[in-house]
Design a protein around this ligand. Sequence first.
Ligand SMILES: *Cc1c(COP(=O)(O)O)cnc(C)c1O
Length: 377
Amino acid sequence: MKPRYPFLRLSDINRPIADELCAAAESVIRSGWFLNGPHTAAFEHGMAQICGTSHCVAVSNGLDAIRLSLRALIETGRLAPGDEVIVPANTYIASILPITDLGLRPVPVEPSETDFNLDWTKAEQSLTPRTRAVMAVHLYGTPCWDSGAASRMRERGISIIEDNAQSIGAACATPGLNGTHATGGLGDIAATSFYPTKNIGALGDAGAVTTSDAELADTVRALAHYGADRRYHNILTGYNNRMDEIQAAMLNVKLARLDETTRSRQAAAAAYADTLDNPAVIAPAEIKGATQVWHQYVVRIPGHGERDRFREWLAAEGVETDIHYATPPHLQPCYYPRLGTSYPLTERLASEIASLPVGAVTPDDARAIANIINRFK
Ligand SMILES: *Cc1c(COP(=O)(O)O)cnc(C)c1O
C-alpha cells in the first residue's frame, strides 16, 4: 500500500523546478565544458557567501569533503597520523570513516540528550595531550557550537572541523571562531554534502569544503586536483575529488531557493511542535536564538520496544518514518570493538529515535501527522 504520508520522495522536491533543472543541464551539455567551468565557479562563490567564509572548494561528495579537510590539516602541520579527533558517538558513520582512513584516532564522545549534538563539556573532559582536532557535526539541521569551549580548544592548538552535511543554511546564536554565525563558517574548516536527500541535494553526488583560511583552501583545492597547484605540477599526492560542472549547475538552481527550502522545513517543524501533544512522544528541542534547518525532525519514544511499536502503528496509519541512525558507528561490524564497546546514551537514543517526514511536507500535512501521533497509546 502506498503511504498517505511518504517519508521523502525526491521527485516531489524536484518537480516544481524541473524545467529550470533541464534548462541548466542542457546549457552544460551544449557548452562542452564539464569540469572546473563557470557553473562551478558560481557555485563556489554562492556557497562561500552562505557560510560566511572567504573560500569554498566544490568537491565530489560529503565524505570526500571531510577527508580533504582532515588531510589539509595534516599537510599544513596541524594534525598528524596517530592524533586523536573527538567526534560525537551518535553521528553518521561517514563522519568517522575519513578519520580512520587517514590514520587518525577517532574518540567518540556521547551527545547531549536534549539536542542530539556533541556535548561540549564531555568533549572538553575527553581532551588528552594527543587531541588535535574536534569534529562538530551539525546533526539533523541543528548547529553544534559552544563559543567558550571552541575558543579554549583553539588556545590549546586544537583545530575545529565542522561536518555540515545536514545543516546548510543553519546558524548559531553565538559567533564562531571567525565572528560569523552560519554553519560551515564557524570552525577552521567545514564539509558540506549535497547527497540527493540533503536539504540541498544534487542529482547525484556532490560536496563542498568551506574555510576562511587561505592556506587550508589552497591545500584542499590542490588535493582535490591530484595534488597539483597548477597544471602538471604536483606538490602533494592528491586525489581526484572534483565536482561535476553539471552538478554545480543543478546546485546553483537549488541554492537560489535555499531560503524557501529552509522556510518550508521550518514551517513543517513549527506545525509539529504546535500540534504534538502525546506524553509518550518527546519532540525535538528548539534552540533559542539558533536557526535550525530541520534536515530531520527526530522524536523520541522511550520505553523498551516502544519506538518500533510506534513506527509500526504509524505505518498502519499511512505515515512513513525512518531512523537516523539505528546502529551507531561503534557497533558497526567494520569498527566493533575498535571505537570502544559501550556508549550507553548513544545506544539508548538509537533505540528511542524516529524521524518524521519533514522534507516535502506542508504545515497542514504536519498537523495531520501530529494529530495521528496524538492518538498513539
Ligand atoms: C550525508 C552525510 C555525510 C556524507 O556525505 P556524502 O555526500 O553522502 O558522502 C557525512 N556526514 C553526515 C553527518 C551526513 O549526514
